[in-house]
Structures are given as structure tokens and as C-alpha cells.
Design a protein around this ligand. Structure first.
Ligand SMILES: Cc1cc2nc3c(=O)[nH]c(=O)nc-3n(C[C@H](O)[C@H](O)[C@H](O)COP(=O)(O)O)c2cc1C
Length: 176
């Protein structure tokens, strides 16, 4: 089985997840960074499974990832596509943020799985620290508690890719 992991990473976490996923996934996966590869050179047709990963900023997924999804929508809809985000789970609005980022038809067809957020707080700019502090205090949480990523969630996503069809996951979600 030949697959592709297409990702966008702002500060390196999603890139790390993409690399870790190649060890966790069955079959042979090519890793492609959307920021360093021309979209015309990404031949999605050649791959059986398509994994797409993105960070979130300003309540949105990476614009190049979304652009790629929109341009390749029809081919993607014929494939087994698995989407993961690394997003803050700040209150009820976070699912809405994820949903608003992706085109309707894509999210109606494929589950969007959140592995949780992680960041290096000390390395952030002042304005970014203030933003995260505000989000945390609105939720009555600490900065630490905003970092909900853990390896088990990545393992769970890998298991979904390895053992399920995307259509089944969407059906299951509708039933829940
Ligand atoms: C300054 C900052 C702003 C962020 N803004 C959002 C956001 O608006 N929505 C969200 O769901 N996650 C947000 N996140 C969480 C990131 O998506 C998460 O930390 C992710 O792991 C970053 O991945 P990267 O290192 O590959 O860029 C933000 C993180 C930081 C540090």
C-alpha cells in the first residue's frame, strides 16, 4: 500500500507528527511538506491513502492546505482521506473553528481528527503569549492545560488510518 502524508507546520509540531506517523502506519508513506513542494508536483492520484495534517492559527487551518484541498477536491473525494489537525481545545468553539476551516463536502465525507495542541510557550512572541493566556483564563485553565496533545492520540489516529475506511468513521459520527 502506497500512501502520502501531506502536511503544513508552523512551528514544527505537525512536521514531527507526520514523521512519527510514517513509523506507525502500515505500508509505505511519502511525506510531503506543502510549504516546500509545488502543488503541481503532488500527484495525489498515485496514492491509495491520503493523510493530511495541519496546525491552526487565527482560528483557521493552514491556507495552503485548504487551497490544495479545494483544488483537488474531486480526486480527494475518490480516495481514502484521513485528516488530522493539531488544535487548541478551548471551549465549545474549537470544533466550530475546525469545521469552518474545511470545505463542506470534505468534512461531510471525511472525519477531521484532532490530536491536540502543543507549543513551546517560552519561545513564543509576547503577543502570542498574551493571546494564549487570554484563551486559558477564559476557560479557567492553565497554559499547561491548553496543551492537550499526547502520543496516545497520535496512536489512535494511526489506528484509524490503518484499520478503517473514512466513510465508516463519518457514519459512526452521525450515529453518535
Ligand atoms: C500563538 C498560537 C496560536 C494558536 N492559535 C490557534 C487557533 O487559533 N486555533 C487552534 O485550534 N489552535 C491554535 N493554536 C494551536 C496550534 O495549532 C498547535 O500548537 C500546533 O501544535 C502547532 O503546530 P505547528 O508547530 O506544526 O505549527 C495556536 C498555537 C499558538 C502557539
Amino acid at each position: 500500500m502506497k500512501g502520502i502524508i501531506l502536511f503544513a507546520s508552523n512551528t514544527g509540531n505537525v512536521e514531527k507528527f507526520a514523521s512519527q506517523l510514517t513509523d506507525k502506519l502500515d505500508g509505505s508513506f511519502e511525506i510531503v511538506n506543502i510549504k516546500t513542494t509545488s502543488p503541481n508536483n503532488i500527484k495525489i492520484r498515485e496514492f491509495e491513502k491520503v493523510v493530511i495534517g495541519t496546525y491552526m492559527r487565527r482560528q483557521k487551518a493552514d491556507p495552503d492546505i485548504i487551497d490544495f484541498i479545494i483544488r483537488n477536491r474531486d480526486i480527494l473525494l475518490e480516495k481514502d482521506v484521513y485528516i488530522f489537525v493539531s488544535a487548541l481545545e478551548a471551549g465549545g468553539s474549537y470544533e466550530r473553528e475546525i469545521m469552518l476551516s474545511f470545505p463542506d463536502k470534505i468534512r461531510d465525507t471525511f472525519e477531521i481528527y484532532n490530536v491536540g495542541a502543543i507549543f513551546n510557550y517560552d519561545g513564543l512572541r509576547y503577543i502570542e503569549k498574551v493571546m494564549l493566556k487570554n484563551i486559558a483564563s477564559r476557560q479557567g485553565k492553565t497554559i499547561e492545560e491548553l496543551q492537550t496533545f499526547n502520543e496516545k492520540r497520535l496512536d489512535k489516529f494511526a489506528e484509524i488510518v490503518n484499520t478503517t475506511k473514512p466513510q465508516d468513521n463519518i457514519e459512526k459520527k452521525k450515529e453518535d
